[in-house]
Design a protein. Structure first.
Length: 233
């Protein structure tokens, strides 16, 4: 079966860049979302913005699976760094993802564990991570690329106390609001998943100041990497 790649972007600038690069494209509006179907560097793709938060993320993946038959999902966006080695502008490729706001400890579950699920974290595709790392190093030579865990929750992390708690509980490289839901949806559907995060802030008291400043550059880095990946799929 040939590949059809679902690409879900968080940033308008990034999505616009990728849409402009598509060929043979058509737009389909469905369930309050716009899906762009076509080719990107010769690869069959479906592109959309999902909106903010875990529910929006999971819904969009499921619609791409059910309505458009995607075989892989690539999610790009921004995140706050939780590792002092990872600077604003750098890229994190998720090897696995956890929910930092899932807590059913009173029922005997470990913090972060989704009750009745057979896994604690959700793994991403080793193949896609490798291709993304190679692509990033080629087209984004001005930044560093890291691989590791990300943590997701319906909360913009901009304070020291919650940042330190998330680091203590899960030891992730960065924190954001959609990635784990994407990986969760990919897991239950048996499709490949890649989560790319450009670091836009340090997830601390400066987060609100840094985010607007660095969002544009983060979008450029993600778009360039995705285009390079498509050339090598």
């Amino acid at each position: 079966m040939s590949r059809k790649i679902g690409i879900i972007g968080a940033m308008e600038l990034e999505v616009e860049t990728l849409i402009a690069a598509m060929t043979d494209k058509e737009k389909v509006d469905y369930a309050m979302r716009s899906f762009y179907i076509g080719k990107l560097e010769g690869v069959d793709v479906v592109l959309a913005r999902c909106g903010i938060g875990k529910v929006n993320a999971a819904i969009t993946v499921q619609m791409m699976v059910d309505k458009f038959g995607i075989t892989d999902i690539i999610n790009t966006g921004v995140a706050g760094s939780l590792n002092e080695k990872i600077d604003i502008g750098d890229i994190v490729l998720a090897t696995n993802a956890v929910y930092h706001d899932m807590e059913a400890v009173a029922f005997g579950y470990e913090r972060g564990q989704v009750p009745q699920m057979d896994v604690f974290d959700f793994k991403t595709s080793e193949e896609l991570v490798e291709k993304a790392e190679t692509a990033c190093k080629k087209v984004n030579s001005d930044i560093k690329v890291f691989k590791g865990r990300i943590a997701s929750g319906d909360q913009f992390i901009a304070g020291k106390d919650i940042k330190e708690n998330i680091k203590m509980w899960f030891d992730p490289m960065c924190v954001e609001m959609e990635g784990c839901a994407m990986a969760h949806a990919a897991y239950v559907n048996g499709i490949n998943c890649l989560i790319i995060r450009a670091i836009s802030d340090k997830a601390d008291d400066s987060a609100e100041m840094d985010y607007p400043t660095f969002e544009k550059k983060a979008a450029e880095h993600c778009a360039k990497m995705v285009l390079e990946m498509m050339r090598n799929l």
